[in-house]
Design a protein around this ligand. Structure first.
Ligand code: ADE
Ligand code: ZN
Length: 338
């Protein structure tokens, strides 16, 4: 019998550090935007869409995810997408978020860079004012494209350094090692951006080493393949390098064949700075509360483990020091009083 209830997990103050805003596009909004923008979808109903969300690997998912993103054309579309996610955060007591967006997915279809950034950042700003949710926006480069294209995206971001806080690296990992993006990450660092990158999701532990030593990242997104490499595990523990782990995503994309075999809690208990996140919640079956619930259902999560996971997220976040203190206070008073 678990010591944790759905109500306790939902009310627990949570922080999300690995979330692709395009991955929050729910089938209902997909249809609404397709209609609004006169875009033909290859699906006839919401049921058909949901049935298509069965993936055998990352590429399977990415094909459907890039296809869904085609309904996003106007600033209002990006605003509506982001606002819907933020309302979900409010419902689940997610109090600080650091969402990713993929500008190249949109600029390659002729959508201006500023349309994307303005729509997302206005929703984030409204969320701070109206919902009390703070945020840091992170722009990801698509690793299946070349470095020149990433440099072009970086240059487009120059006018938006007040709303974009960091850069990341996502999309198809295998065959696209971090080294391919050494120059653009160096340029981004010189522009003052925080640096993160997906590594060790499907790719090998060696990609995590490269992110640390060549790209100089401050967080690793996923990173679960670190468990294959004892020297890397020691390095991650010693440096408390954060890993933004996404349990439901890992099972949906067959990185683990079952949640029962997920290693996040072993990594937590070994002293790694692992965190829980939802990645692409519309496609993977749940937001933050559902990710914690899935861990509890399959692995048994103690209240102490849950609060250590949140503490790691606060430590790993790019929130300013004062806000981090507020987040720690929120967590501590919840743990003490609930
Ligand atoms: N883009 C959106 N979700 C992703 C994931 N899980 N891995 C790599 N790229 C992504
Ligand atoms: Zn991701």
């Amino acid at each position: 019998m678990s010591e944790i209830s759905h109500k306790w997990l939902n009310g627990l103050p949570k922080i999300e550090l690995h979330l692709h805003i395009e991955g929050t596009l729910e089938p209902e909004l997909l249809f609404k935007l397709a209609k609004r923008n006169s875009i033909q979808l290859p699906f006839n109903s919401i049921d058909e869409v949901k049935k298509a969300y069965k993936f055998s690997n990352l590429q399977d998912f990415l094909d459907i995810y890039y296809q869904g993103a085609k309904v996003l054309l106007h600033k209002q579309d990006f605003y509506d997408l982001t606002w819907a996610y933020l309302l979900k955060c409010k419902e689940q007591n997610v109090v600080h978020v650091e969402p990713f967006f993929d500008p190249q997915t949109h600029t390659s279809r002729g959508v201006p860079f500023e349309t994307v950034v303005n729509g997302i950042s206005e929703a984030l700003s409204d969320a701070k004012e109206k919902l009390g949710i703070t945020s840091r926006l992170i722009m990801c480069f698509l690793r299946h494209l070349n470095e020149e294209s990433a440099i072009e995206a970086l240059k487009s971001s120059e006018q938006f350094t007040d709303v974009i806080y960091g850069v990341g690296l996502d999309s198809a990992e295998m065959g696209n090692p971090p080294e391919k993006f050494q120059n653009v990450f160096n340029m981004a660092k010189n522009m003052g951006y925080k640096l993160v990158a997906h590594a060790g999701e499907e790719g090998p532990a060696s990609y995590i080493w490269s992110c640390l030593d060549i790209l100089n990242v401050q967080r690793i997104d996923h990173g679960i393949r670190a468990i294959d490499d004892p020297d890397l595990m020691l390095r991650l523990i010693e440096t408390q390098m954060p890993l933004t782990v996404c349990p439901l995503s890992n099972v949906k994309l067959r990185v683990f064949d079952s949640m029962k075999n997920h290693t996040i809690l072993d990594m937590l208990d070994l002293g790694l700075c692992v965190t829980v996140n939802s990645d692409d919640p519309s496609y993977f079956g749940g937001y933050m509360t559902e990710n914690f619930l899935a861990l509890d259902d399959s692995l048994g999560l103690s209240k102490d483990q849950a609060s250590r996971l949140i503490k790691n997220s606060i430590d790993a976040s790019f929130a300013e020091e004062g806000r981090k203190q507020e987040l720690f206070n929120l967590l501590n008073s919840y743990i003490t009083n609930q």
